[in-house]
Design a protein around this ligand. Structure first.
Ligand code: ADP
Length: 187
């Protein structure tokens, strides 16, 4: 394991933190912090649909008509539409209700199911936003710890083809919290 504060290598995979807009990422897939309706919304969800165009929403609609609303902690994949990313993985993080409603396990599941889907599609690079820490109110320090630990645990299996995992944090406060947690995890 090597560490930096914004990078951590585990086996052949590198985890990197960057501050920026996930819709600009050229990774094979970007992850959307969606809601169960898959019909778009505010925050990163709105930004992804605006930048990616209507084909993403069309595919989301087809998924919902086939299998119904997406449960919290689950993930599905669509085209990336007009984005640089080839695909979008839509996952639903938990709404924060104080921490005693299974939030931690559901948040971990959202990351794990996304990583599994990317691995099933043999993708090499993925970008995550900070799931649940916007409108869904999850405290950033707790969410960052779960996000990073879930990724590290997933990589320890050594079965993924993913080479690059990015966390694209929109604001500097969130970026710095993730950076502190990554340093702790590497230590
Ligand atoms: P949730 O409903 O899961 O809380 P939000 O979209 O409200 O999702 O917020 C999740 C995180 O995504 C927040 O940290 C928010 O600042 C961030 N965010 C918003 N727009 C973007 C973007 N274009 N790229 C990356 N992150 C973004």
């Amino acid at each position: 394991m090597s560490s930096g504060g914004n990078e951590l290598a585990i086996g052949k995979t590198r985890i990197s933190l960057i501050q920026g807009d996930i819709t600009k990422q050229a990774t094979d897939v970007i992850v959307n912090a969606a809601n169960s309706s898959l019909m778009g919304g505010g925050g990163v969800d709105g930004a992804i649909h605006r930048a990616g165009g209507p084909t993403i929403l069309d595919e989301c609609r087809q998924i919902v008509s086939r299998t119904g609303r997406l449960d919290t902690g689950k993930a599905v994949i669509t085209t990336g539409g007009d984005l640089k990313a080839k695909y979008v993985i839509h996952t639903v993080g938990p709404v924060w209700h104080g921490g005693n409603s299974g939030e931690a396990e559901l948040l971990s599941s959202a990351y794990r199911e996304s990583l599994k889907l990317a691995t099933d599609y043999k993708l090499k690079s993925i970008s995550f936003p900070s799931i649940s820490t916007g409108a869904y109110g999850y405290p950033v320090p707790e969410a960052a710890e779960i996000a990073l630990e879930t990724v590290v645990e997933f990589l320890r299996d050594g079965l993924t083809l993913l080479q690059e995992i990015f966390f694209v944090l929109y604001d500097s406060g969130t970026y710095h919290v993730y950076s502190t947690k990554l340093t702790e995890l590497a230590g």
